[in-house]
Design a protein around this ligand. Sequence first.
Ligand code: AQP
Length: 325
Amino acid sequence: MVRVLSGVQPTGEMHLGNYLGAFRSWSAEQYESDAFFCIVDLHAITVDFDPKQLASRTLHTATSLLAAGLDPSRCTIFVQSQVHEHSELAWILECTATMGEMRRMTQFKEKGAGQESVSLGLFAYPVLMAADILAYDADRVPVGDDQRQHLELARDLAHRFNARYGETFVVPDASVPRVASRVMDLQDPTSKMSKSAQSHLGTIMMLDDPTVIERKIRRAVTDSGTEVLYDPENKPGISNLLELLAAASGGAPDQLASGYPNYGSLKSAATEAVAEMLRPARERFAAFSRDPGEVRRVLSDGAQRAGEVAASTLRRTHAAIGILT
Ligand code: AQP
């Protein structure tokens, strides 16, 4: 059976980009593959974070994954820091990666831009991500478009390690959704929708109720002109709304465009489709929130299963580089 792994940071409320770029395909993967989904708390501490909130955000993220449709009887859901092999494997891979490779990572450049100093952890983040993936012999990694470069690095490190020390790692493939692989901010459609966006109006949260979704889409920045056209370069705002509509209701964004005589009618249709798509997740979140003990049990079972797989990979890796056992 094909093995799949992906991860999400517990850095705040999950948004529509996380849902469309990741969680929705994760829910589909659990029916056709041996799927592992990881809450990557060690990645979340590479930038400023609040220690008082880390644990509760981790639980909140786990609840969001269950709400988005992940079923622990069909997939493994776990917390990265509860499987110590991730950090150990990351160190070994850091000795395979180069400084030059890390400097080329666009996410590092974006997150580090304008900062007086950045942590070594933020610099090495993509190697930890490679360890997350390679520890599970993942064949496929379903992610949003923003993670392509990190996936390429994981592939390069796997190839390089295998060439130097003998076949050890499976080389993973990225799997990026066809529509809405990069959901853009509603207030700034040239930037991706993100948990750390400046304006909350630009980000639709997975748990927003329909009136909030309606307000955010109604106030979404549009483009000059009045014609509804799918043209991401010249009409980024309208194209983003068409992508959301297509992702939520089916169809292709360029073909849907002709069905809307003006921006207002497109906004109404997108509002309705997005609110309806997110409704089950909102309802399930309320139900799971009433039983945090059950969420903890899911994570504890997940860590045990994940730990067995990761430990076996780490043993293989140690043997490949000749560590005394
Ligand atoms: N805007 C997006 N469109 C499509 N996919 C997205 N993802 C994130 N934003 C979008 C995908 O969601 C998964 C989990 O992401 P993450 O939270 O681990 O990392 P991130 O990409 O750093 O998310 P944010 O919201 O941008 O967080 P901050 O603001 O904290 O940096 C990944 O598969 C990602 O591709």
